[in-house]
Design a protein around this ligand. Structure first.
Ligand SMILES: Nc1ncnc2c1ncn2[C@@H]1O[C@H](COP(=O)(O)OP(=O)(O)OP(=O)(O)O)[C@@H](O)[C@H]1O
Ligand SMILES: [Mg+2]
Length: 250
């Protein structure tokens, strides 16, 4: 569903070059849940943005759903990939109601049956009809993230890109959102890439996990290998040792 080979992303800030991603390659099969972990600044978000065509990149191959992804994505391309970001407050328009927010993508794509689909999307993510006409500030953080997830899924995209979707949330709410994502992934047959700095979160939700450091991919391990500490790279072992509570949650 996603194939990247030799992905490079370089940012130019005042005469300086920042090589945010260097030679990253991996493939994600249809229906697979892929994870990316690594410390802050290691290039995780930039990989997701490159896949979505949100930053300029260079690669030998960058395929989405079996097609070479063009630098400028068409509306049909954009529809295949949806993003959920860390901070649901910043990503939801403060003066639009939940109803407006969910309706908008359907209207842009001239879909039919909009009212019913908004209602279904709300119940899919565990929100109630009373939440439909509220503004984002009238919802809890977890409820806002449910709205962001409903918006991402409302056009039934094959691919969901999740960038730290739970790290702004309370621990108890984190678990609820993670379980929701797990359930939706199955019911929507989604292919997903989840970025997190939390090894327990990716081990819980992902089949395979890429470890990144300084813009490079260090290794790819299975969730089972990560849980068992059966990893190849010293850096991954260090990350494992540093993630306190990992064994408890996993
Ligand atoms: N638009 C940009 N312009 C310039 N530099 C950027 C830009 N976006 C990211 N970078 C730089 O690229 C590198 C990788 O950033 P990225 O956001 O991908 O890291 P990350 O792994 O997602 O980190 P975090 O865990 O903190 O979110 C960093 O050095 C960052 O400062
Ligand atoms: Mg990031």
């Amino acid at each position: 569903m996603i194939a990247i080979d030799g992905l490079d992303v370089t940012f130019h800030v005042k005469n300086r070059e920042i090589r945010a991603v260097q030679g990253v390659s991996f493939e994600v099969a249809a229906g697979e849940s892929f994870g990316i972990v690594g410390e802050s600044g290691s290039g995780k978000s930039t990989v997701l943005k490159a896949i979505a065509g949100l930053v300029p990149s260079i690669s030998r191959r960058l395929e989405v759903d079996g097609q070479e992804a063009a630098a400028r994505r068409s509306r049909a391309d954009r529809r295949k990939l949806q993003f959920v970001f860390q901070d649901p407050y910043a990503s939801l328009h403060p003066r639009k109601t939940v109803d407006d927010i969910l309706r908008e993508p359907l209207e842009i794509h001239r879909e039919s049956d909009i009212d019913a689909r908004v209602g279904r999307a709300l119940s899919d993510v565990g929100l109630l009809p009373i939440h439909r006409y509220r503004f984002p500030h009238q919802l809890s953080g977890g409820q806002r993230q449910r709205v962001a997830i409903a918006r991402a899924l409302i056009l039934a995209p094959p691919i969901l890109l999740l960038d730290e979707p739970t790290s702004a949330l309370d621990v108890s709410v984190q678990a609820e959102i993670l379980n929701l994502l797990k359930r939706l992934r199955a019911s929507y047959s989604l292919t997903s890439i989840l970025v997190s700095h939390d090894l327990a979160v990716v081990a819980h939700l992902c089949d395979r996990i890429a470890i990144m450091q300084f813009g490079k991919l260090i290794e790819i391990v299975t969730a089972e290998q990560l849980r068992d500490g059966d990893v190849g790279a010293d850096y991954t072992r260090k990350l494992l040792a540093a993630s306190r509570g990992f064994t408890r949650v996993a």
